[in-house]
Design a binder for this molecule. Structure first.
Ligand SMILES: Nc1nc2c(ncn2[C@@H]2O[C@H](COP(=O)(O)OP(=O)(O)OP(=O)(O)O)[C@@H](O)[C@H]2O)c(=O)[nH]1
Ligand SMILES: [Mg+2]
Length: 202
């Protein structure tokens, strides 16, 4: 069964767990530091620049925003963690929403964990991978903003990440650019392949 990523539309925003959609189809969560390019990646996968709000100011996504992909799955766009400019109480509130989200018992099919290819992974990235490894949450690592580096630099960075990060043996890695549309088909195919068992059961 193929997924038409172009048929992605806004489902709604959830400020708490009660407002999240029913778990009637697979849910793919985008996680990662603020400004890493989560909303941009959703737009790029759907080939629609107007879908998710992209911001020059980090921390714009303050709720869990749900998108319906081809009536087959949801993308959940999480608020980015660790953005510098928000006030402390605001920051804590959003971190709490993310923590609650992950520890709620809600079932996720897959997490796309985004890391900017140019930067060393943060302590939060390391913590998140440890958490997903422990909880056996399947994830892909998606390295973003590849248009900013040469092919040789990308290879070098990927080798560095492999040394620093303890990824699960099943975690696939993708290097993408939302801006220049690099690596998107690979990622779409990876998602489709990953979900194929689940979608065929529906
Ligand atoms: N060069 C380049 N810039 C990108 C790419 N993807 C995103 N950006 C830029 O990075 C900034 C943040 O992008 P967003 O998609 O809003 O990031 P986010 O992770 O959703 O951020 P929060 O909602 O704050 O957590 C914007 O200025 C984007 O234009 C990319 O592939 N290449
Ligand atoms: Mg966002």
């Amino acid at each position: 069964m193929s997924i038409q990523f172009r048929k992605t539309n806004y489902w709604g925003a959830a400020a708490d767990l009660a407002s999240c959609p029913p778990q009637d189809r697979p849910e793919i969560v985008l996680s990662g530091k603020s400004n890493v390019g989560k909303s941009s990646l959703i737009n790029a996968l759907a080939d629609n620049r107007k879908l998710a709000r992209v911001s020059a100011t980090p921390g714009k996504t303050r709720l869990v925003i749900y998108f319906n992909v081809d009536d087959k799955l949801y993308f959940a766009d999480l608020p980015g963690y660790g953005y510098a400019k928000a006030a402390k109480d605001v920051k804590e509130k959003f971190n709490k929403l993310c923590d609650q989200y992950f520890t709620s018992g809600r079932r996720f099919s897959l997490v796309l964990h985004l890391i900017d290819i140019r930067h060393a992974p943060s302590a939060d990235d390391v913590r998140m991978l440890e958490y997903m490894n422990q909880q056996e949450i399947p994830y892909f690592l998606v390295f973003t903003k590849c248009d900013k580096l040469s092919k040789a630099q990308i290879r070098k960075q990927l080798n560095e990440f492999a040394k620093i990060l303890d990824f699960h043996e099943d975690a696939r890695c993708y290097a993408v650019s939302a801006e220049k549309k690099i690596g998107l088909d690979d990622l779409r195919n990876g998602i489709e392949e990953f979900l194929s068992g689940e979608l065929n059961d529906q």
